[in-house]
Design a protein around this ligand. Structure first.
Ligand SMILES: [Zn+2]
Length: 432
């Protein structure tokens, strides 16, 4: 098998270390070798030892940036860019599958080579799409497939109405008591999910159950975590309230989304668990509801607007505190609404800089190295490093001086997943 040589790249390796110039060779799906260049463009050990091009497919990169593929830690590939979640339930499964596959390809087109799913909106959508991608039948990112959300009766996503067939409320699965949560979790494991998603807190989007309210009980969270451990799966939680965060940490939930109302006790617990928990605030869905959703009639009232503003400010304060405490905080999340559409995911990196005080490098580390860790593949994914999987972006420009270029697919000269090009560089860069 021929190897591919990226000649003369500026490497942002995802570790957080400063960028460097190098030649990078990919073979058998992985990064085979990296030869650092000195200022004159040789590898510093004399031209005789410059990286051989024999048998290589050579890409003359002329100083373009080579970096790890981006990783979305809170994907909902089966969200359908509608204004409200009701659409996720009413869409027939056939059309829904086609849209989910379309979104999978879109993420890869935008440079996202991995996605950790934060819930499907029908029970098998993620699993079927993941399997099709893994078999090479459809382009898409590496995918950790999730269950639907397990919520309590009356919780976030319980769209049932007394006078309608309860089977229509498919986008979440209401469960009450540990027996029902355990059954739901086991069924999802049987169907092949990697991630079990629970909704232990409320959310501003559902006024009857505000963000700071805790809805699931200890025994319910414990039941899902027990099943996850038995089946070697992970648990992700929509956890905005302080008590829901503590409950999740007590029982071993792996991924916490939002974490907006963490109090000092919750912050201490998060810090104590910093090596075994990931946080993704999903800033964009909240920011864009305030900045962009007006044209879709949202937020619908001034009171709702104030609640969203409060959610955002609390989330910002908590994320700054968690960063200081060394907790892993990842950009991305909850794309797939009309005002926060699929494909725009890289703008979350900009929000981390603008709102949380991250440096561009810290934001990139969150979307690459930490992304590899949340995928459960930290020893082989998320960095430009010898032996790591060749999930790579070749970028026209320097994302450290302008992160927004990562939002522009035109700036992605090449996109590679597992050593295979999803997007090839233009012919004039090859065959040199
Ligand atoms: Zn979500």
């Amino acid at each position: 098998m021929t190897s591919i040589l990226f000649r003369n790249v500026n490497v942002i390796d995802g570790s957080g270390k400063p960028p460097y110039s190098a030649d990078v060779r990919v073979a058998d799906g992985r990064i085979a070798s990296i030869a650092r260049l000195n200022e004159s463009g040789s590898n510093g050990e004399g031209s005789a030892s410059a990286m051989s091009e024999h048998g290589d497919d050579v890409i003359d990169c002329r100083g373009a940036t080579l970096m790890p593929g981006l990783i979305e830690p809170h994907a909902h590939l089966s969200f359908v860019d509608q204004a409200t979640p009701a659409a996720f339930s009413t869409l027939p499964v056939e059309e829904h599958l086609l849209l989910t596959l379309k979104h999978a390809k879109l993420y890869l087109d935008q440079g996202f080579t991995s996605c950790f799913s934060a819930a499907a909106t029908k029970p098998r959508l993620d699993v079927v799409v993941r399997n099709a991608i893994n078999r090479g039948e459809h382009p898409g990112p590496r995918l950790r497939a999730a269950s639907v959300q397990f919520t309590v009766t009356g919780g976030v996503g319980d769209l049932r109405q007394m006078h309608l067939d309860p089977g229509e409320a498919m986008y979440t699965l209401p469960c009450d008591g540990p027996v029902e949560f355990r059954r739901a979790a086991r069924e999802a494991c049987r169907e092949g999910v990697d991630v079990l998603k629970i909704v232990p807190s409320g959310d501003t989007s559902t006024p009857a159950v505000p963000s700071a309210r805790t809805l699931m009980t200890d025994d319910e969270v414990a039941a899902v975590c027990e099943v996850a451990r038995a089946h070697e799966r992970v648990v992700a939680a929509h956890a905005r309230s302080a008590e829901s965060i503590k409950m999740c940490l007590r029982h071993g939930v792996d991924v916490l989304y939002h974490a907006s109302y963490a109090d000092s006790e919750a912050l201490d617990l998060l810090e104590a668990h910093k090596d075994d928990v990931f946080i993704a605030p999903a800033l964009s869905v909240t920011v864009t509801r305030l900045r962009d959703a007006g044209k879709f009639g949202l937020p619908s009232t001034d009171a709702m607007k104030r609640r969203i503003e409060n959610d955002l400010q609390k989330t910002i304060d908590v994320m700054k505190a968690l960063k200081t405490r060394g907790v892993r905080v990842l950009p991305g999340g909850d794309y797939g609404f009309m005002w926060n559409p699929h494909g725009a995911n890289a703008r979350d990196l900009g929000y981390f800089v603008e709102l949380l005080g991250f440096t561009p490098m810290e934001a990139i580390v969150g979307a690459t190295r930490l992304g590899g860790e949340i995928m459960g593949m930290g020893s082989e994914l998320g960095q430009v490093r010898e032996g790591y999987l060749a999930d790579l972006l070749l970028v026209d420009g320097d994302p450290l001086s302008d992160l927004r270029i990562l939002e522009d697919a035109q700036k992605l000269i090449a996109i590679m997943k597992g050593g295979t090009f999803h997007k090839r560089p233009a012919p004039h860069l090859s065959g040199v």
